[in-house]
Design a protein around this ligand. Structure first.
Ligand SMILES: Cc1cc2nc3c(=O)[nH]c(=O)nc-3n(C[C@H](O)[C@H](O)[C@H](O)COP(=O)(O)OP(=O)(O)OC[C@H]3O[C@@H](n4cnc5c(N)ncnc54)[C@H](O)[C@@H]3O)c2cc1C
Length: 365
């Protein structure tokens, strides 16, 4: 397996800040998607002005903006945690970011305001976590977890969203399903999505990044290095971010992209750790300690992500992302990183699409 750290996080704007601890402390338990046939008959109906599908950053941004402007909003989230592709786990008290790590964009002309404010107020602390900052904000939203949406229908009177336990009615819906989920067809739309949108979904594609965190009892590598480049016994290059330098904790982080990331998903956790340890032992000797904990991600296999983020490929253009973000019948509004042609694949890009769609709804009602 060819292993390498993606430099993406570091080169986009320069490192701005980690999202350590951002919003979400709960570990994810990914629920199996049931087949449409297995869907039991709905037990209850709920109503709101707007249903937001997905409690990632785009959905939360849309819900918050709408709520503040007097709309009743229900957010439906498939997982038993919120945050989507921002996913912080606290291993031994150390925040480890299993999805996004770095916040970009605060040096751009129009950064996500909540990020800018947070940093201007000096509230960000990589070792503490930003969930502290946003707990109040989240407590005001009506977020229903473990609600796997499998059907979205709409007509001139409103929208109807079916999960495996309930049916929700609303005037409008903001759909923030990740591109990979839209591509999988696991959510049925009635009437079907317009052909031009479906063709854009087919053309667009998702990239893959997986992470491996290794927690050690103490640091045995170069303490001041940003990254450490190693070679495994089989000749693979591996590059680790030295998180000790940023958090003070003895933790190494490797990120795998593309084919290496896909390969990783076929391996057991033990195999992945063993592979990483072989390279570390080769470099630092066999007296180094075994990790006290390790964690690796499998974003492609995750039924509620089906990939890490969208990207511009040779056969797609920003136009496809723009089409993906087009509303349908002034009832369905589409947000999420893949609908942002200028800032796809990012936290701030996703956030801005949530605000964009909330504005659209406010413009018509
Ligand atoms: C490994 C990795 C590293 C990254 N690194 C960075 C980084 O350093 N900096 C950066 O800016 N960005 C980074 N990103 C990208 C960033 O995380 C995403 O662009 C952003 O979080 C996407 O937000 P979103 O709201 O569009 O989607 P999501 O966060 O995916 O939200 C969509 C929500 O919909 C839910 N959902 C899915 N299916 C259903 C269903 N059927 N019913 C109900 N709910 C459903 C999901 O569970 C999820 O909560 C990274 C992503 C990954 C995976």
């Amino acid at each position: 397996m060819g292993l390498k750290v993606s430099r993406r996080s570091f080169i986009k704007t320069g490192v701005v800040a980690t999202v350590s601890g951002m919003l979400w402390r709960d570990a994810a338990r990914v629920l199996p998607i049931q087949t449409a046939q297995a869907a039991s008959s709905p037990k209850q109906t709920k109503s709101a002005d707007v249903i937001v599908v997905g409690a990632g950053i785009s959905g939360l941004a849309a819900a918050d903006a709408l709520r503040k402007n007097g709309y009743s909003v229900i957010v439906l989230e498939a997982r038993d945690r919120i945050g989507g592709r921002i996913w912080t786990e606290y291993e031994g008290g150390t925040p480890t970011e299993l999805g996004a790590s770095w916040l970009h964009g605060i040096h751009y002309g129009s950064p996500a305001p909540f990020l800018a404010q947070t940093y201007a107020l000096g509230k960000a602390d990589p070792a503490k976590g930003l969930d502290y900052t946003y707990r109040d904000w989240l407590s005001q939203l009506d977020i229903r977890q473990n609600q796997i949406v499998h059907g979205v229908s709409h007509d001139d009177n409103g929208v109807r969203i079916a999960t495996y336990s309930d049916v929700f009615n609303a005037k409008y819906a903001v759909i923030t399903l990740p591109l990979g989920v839209l591509k999988s067809g696991s959510v049925a739309f009635s009437p079907e999505l317009p052909l031009r949108k479906q063709e854009a979904i087919d053309r667009l594609d998702t990239g893959l990044m997986n992470k491996l965190y290794l927690h050690f009892p103490h640091v045995f590598w170069e303490q001041d290095a940003d990254t450490i480049r190693l070679e495994s016994p089989s000749g693979d290059a591996q590059e680790y971010v030295n998180l000790h330098k940023f958090t003070g904790q003895p933790v190494l982080l490797a990120s795998f992209t593309a084919q290496a990331a896909a390969e990783l998903e076929k391996w057991s956790d033990e195999q992945i750790t063993e592979h990483a340890m072989a390279a570390l032992v080769r470099q630092y000797g066999d007296s180094i300690p075994h990790p006290t904990a390790s964690k690796s991600t499998r974003w492609a296999s995750d039924p509620f992500a089906r990939g890490s983020y969208s990207y511009h490929s040779a056969v797609t253009s920003g136009e496809d992302m723009r089409i993906l973000g087009e509303s349908v019948n002034n009832r369905l509004f589409f947000a999420g990183e893949a609908t942002n042609p200028d800032n796809c694949a990012s936290v701030h890009g996703a956030y801005l699409t949530g605000l964009r769609e909330a504005q659209k709804i406010m413009g018509i009602a």
